[in-house]
Design a protein around this ligand. Sequence first.
Ligand code: ZN
Length: 408
Amino acid sequence: MPLRVNEARLWASLMASAEIGPGEAGGLARLALGDADKAMRDRFGEWCSDAGLALRVDAAGNMFARYPGREALPPVLVGSHLDTQITGGRFDGILGVLAGLECVRRLAEEGIVPRRPIEVVNWTNEEGARFSPPMMASAVFAGLQDLAWLYARTDASGRTVEAELRRIGYLGAAPVGFPIDAYFELHIEQGPELDARGQKVGIVTGGYTALGMNLRFVGETAHTGPTPMDRRRDAAVAAAHLAIAVNEIGWQYAPLGKSTTSRIDLWPNLPGLLSARADVTFDVRHPDRATAAAMFERGRMAAAAAAAKARCTVDELETWRFGDEVFDAELIEGLAAAAAALDIEPVMMLSQAGHDAYYVSRVAPTAMLFCPCKDGITHNEAESCSLDDIVPAANVLLNALVARADRA
Ligand SMILES: [Zn+2]
């Protein structure tokens, strides 16, 4: 008989989390390493010790709650993130951590001790809303970045990740990165497909390729009145041209392709002045790697054209990519088998968002599960899931997790 999570307890945990760092409209504004993030981490730690789990915090602030196995083998990891966007929902990331916790609570109740330990993980700063880039701590875990890089990242007020980890008491002693057997992550879909189809479980086979860039247009401040049009070097104009062009690229590759200018930071950004500087972030996404690369190249050319139109210069500050990983076939098979045992027909799908699972997949077998969220609304306080949306995928997670941890 397949195991089943305790629905009421899982829901109660999610709703208790929803009280910590509330936003203005029913969601959450629990930015990484802020006071609310600390309060949620503390609460998660209490729940873990109540469940008899040993908690470890690594030097990147990642939290690992260990459910012991029968043998001293590398653990199976399960989790996600407890931080949110500034206009975050109550489920994005949080579900993955608290469903992982619910899984080990159930195992403890049933007296099931699998061969391998299971560790529930909360990754630091998945969202990248306060400290850029997203998924920075799983990147260090996977050896893609080093700790010095993570520590030096700053928020808009100049505070560093290191100082904030220390301030909230989550600059842990454990080294970042260790051998693991596998990683599972349950997440809300963050798109409308499952909800529209009335399907409850998506097995994620990989991701859309996402390519992004931070760039800076440099112009010159001048008076908005007397400065003749042909003498202006207005970085705001360059940024605006780029935002329009990037949007057009998305339309040209729609519906699969998407592109966004998500951030324009002007300086001095005051009335009466032309902008001397515009820091811009854009990204493109497509399920086909080569097409994503072509879209990105067009974005890069659009930046050069936008700079020329506004008589500015442009500098590429940083580029990144994620999502073109393919998840582990054996874990995917395990998830499908767990779904079948529960009489659930899963949808095989790609993720269009960023997840810590991508980076972890570089160092260990990894797979993800999706559950629906209402109308696909996310990164919005209106993000909503019912217990009915969550429980089927949580049950699949529980059974696949224990099967993996117990395998010969
Ligand atoms: Zn998330």
